[in-house]
Design a binder for this molecule. Structure first.
Ligand SMILES: [Zn+2]
Length: 329
């Protein structure tokens, strides 16, 4: 886009800046490109360089996860078409965001930028211009995602297995309403601090949007096994019979029980929105939830759902699961 300014492309990193004071930014882009071109790194370093958005500039680059990190300062703007959303960032910033990929279009510009010439292109280097527009063509068709096999966990009394992270379930991504912290982490709107970076979230510019739900923490089993709280679990001696497990809507957590207190399908840990709940599936001996710091563990009504707060324990038979999360109660 013609106009007064400087545009650079170094590998997969893109930047636009007003000319006065741009030298430091251009050097930084070059250096990070030479280091592998991590977009998150670029965004973080530019935010450090211009903490009050002193230089009008916009930068973007891919993250290690295939998303796009983007930042604007001053009078620059950025528009990104991502997988779930169209994002527009404005200064004075620095305002940053990680947009879930694959990204199909990026536009970084200063206010004076004119319309891009259809034949203009920049493969690498620095040119005098006030903005850039990139289209990544047709988004690659996502491959037919065969449902990932779910992992059943067999617990043998007396045998403590090593910590095992849960299988990610990218194929059952759930969209929830949330807000972004200043560093672009997607959060529960009820939180006062970002659960990823801990930054306070009482900025005036928080706008809620629909985004993929991040894991809500972990479920810690009494033997030390951890399960990621990113999907529903059906817990019992024979959870594979649950129709939702068979249909891939919940993971089975098979728990051996030598005391006879656990039903075949005993309980379900259910994620709804940003909340973890437990549902008793009509178990013979009941499910109990002990709130964080509480002495008593009231019984979950059969068929009823009870919220499980971070730090709370779900007790069934002689076994228990505790919900752990960075989220502040
Ligand atoms: Zn954050």
């Amino acid at each position: 886009m013609p106009g007064p300014g400087l545009v650079t492309r170094a590998g997969a990193l893109l930047a636009v800046a007003e000319p006065a004071g741009a030298e430091e930014l251009l050097t930084l882009v070059q250096r990070i490109a030479a280091d592998g071109g991590d977009g998150s790194d670029l965004v973080r370093r530019v935010a450090e360089l211009f903490p009050a958005g002193e230089l009008s500039c916009a930068v973007a680059g891919p993250t290690a996860d295939g998303d796009l990190a983007v930042l604007v300062c001053g009078h620059a703007t950025a528009e990104v078409d991502g997988r779930h959303e169209q994002v527009r960032l404005t200064g004075p910033g620095p305002a940053a965001r990680v947009v879930a990929g694959p990204v199909t279009a990026v536009q970084l510009r200063l206010p004076e930028a004119g319309a891009p010439h259809p034949l203009a292109r920049l493969d690498a280097g620095v040119v005098g211009a006030a903005g850039l527009s990139v289209r990544f063509g047709a988004a690659p068709q996502p491959p037919d995602e065969a449902p990932k096999p779910f992992q059943a966990v067999l617990l043998v009394p007396g045998f403590a297995p090593p910590l095992a992270p849960a299988e990610p379930v990218a194929d059952t991504e759930v969209l929830v309403e949330g807000v972004d912290c200043k560093n672009g982490h997607f959060n529960d709107p009820a939180l006062r601090y970002c659960q990823r970076c801990g930054i306070a979230m009482h900025q005036l510019t928080l706008v809620s949007r629909l985004g993929p739900r991040p894991p809500l923490g972990v479920l810690l089993l009494d033997n030390g096994m951890t399960l990621r709280a990113d999907a529903d679990y059906v817990v019992g001696r024979d959870p594979g019979r649950d129709p939702d497990v068979a249909a891939g809507r919940a993971r089975p957590l098979r728990i051996a029980d030598s005391y006879g207190g656990i039903s075949r399908r005993h309980l379900r840990v259910k994620l709804s929105g940003w909340t973890v709940r437990v549902v008793d599936l009509g178990s013979a001996n009941g499910t109990y939830v002990q709130g964080p710091g509480a002495d008593e563990a009231p019984r979950v009504p059969a068929g009823g759902a009870v919220e499980v707060r971070p730090g709370a324990k779900i007790i069934f038979g002689r076994r228990w699961l505790r919900y752990e999360s960075h989220r502040n109660p």
